[in-house]
Design a protein around this ligand. Structure first.
Ligand SMILES: CC(C)(COP(=O)(O)OP(=O)(O)OC[C@H]1O[C@@H](n2cnc3c(N)ncnc32)[C@H](O)[C@@H]1OP(=O)(O)O)[C@@H](O)C(=O)NCCC(=O)NCCS
Length: 168
């Protein structure tokens, strides 16, 4: 399946909200990862949408966003939410959104990305489980789902401590 990836704009907001409702439900607001980025503007240049479909069916089918966080005071990215329309899942769109946005992040000089998600899925683009308690989140999280990706060799070495919100 062919996907076209574009930078997210304000015009996509309503559709992205609907996709998040569908994909994550209202329970997402209580999650630790959500609370870390709540009220913090996403990093606009790393947020992308993806379109697919034929003719009149051509529409937005996926979205990826990144928020800034601190790990023991050091800046890092938190990937999420990533969501694809159920009708096009399993066709490579999610991986493509990650490849494009992570490449852009690297080009912009970001060197470390974390997320809470499925280790098997995110391993496809290089994410690894955080070694035992090297970093922690300020709330409940399934530790086996806390993952990191170093965009520069050694970027995760010696990074230890609690992930916290960027404060304005
Ligand atoms: C998770 C999600 C974004 C994946 O997007 P997608 O476009 O369906 O994934 P892709 O088609 O790019 O995945 C490609 C590969 O990952 C595999 N994969 C997809 N979802 C997976 C999962 N949850 N666990 C393990 N592998 C998975 C596919 O089988 C495929 O494997 P292959 O290349 O070996 O055939 C999508 O299923 C979704 O929106 N889910 C609901 C929201 C969600 O859970 N978001 C992630 C929050 S952490």
């Amino acid at each position: 399946m062919h996907f076209d990836i574009f930078p997210e704009t304000s015009e996509h907001q309503a559709e992205i909200d609907a996709l998040h409702d569908l994909s994550f439900g209202p329970g997402r607001y209580a999650k630790t990862a959500y609370r870390l980025r709540e009220g913090i503007p996403d990093i606009a240049e790393l947020c992308f949408v993806t379109f697919a479909g034929e003719g009149a069916d051509y529409r937005m089918v996926g979205s990826i966003r990144y928020a800034p966080v601190l790990i023991a005071g050091r800046p890092a990215l938190m990937l999420g939410p990533l969501a694809m329309d159920p009708a096009v899942r399993g066709k490579g769109g999610g991986i493509e959104l990650m490849r494009v946005s992570l490449e852009k992040a690297r080009a912009l000089g970001h060197d470390l990305v974390i997320l809470v998600g499925d280790p098997v899925y995110y391993a496809k683009v290089g994410f690894k489980p955080v070694p035992h308690d090297q970093i922690t989140l300020p709330g409940p999280v399934d530790k086996s789902r806390l993952l990191y990706l170093a965009l520069r060799d050694g970027a995760f070495d010696g990074v230890e401590g609690q992930v916290s919100r960027i404060t304005a």
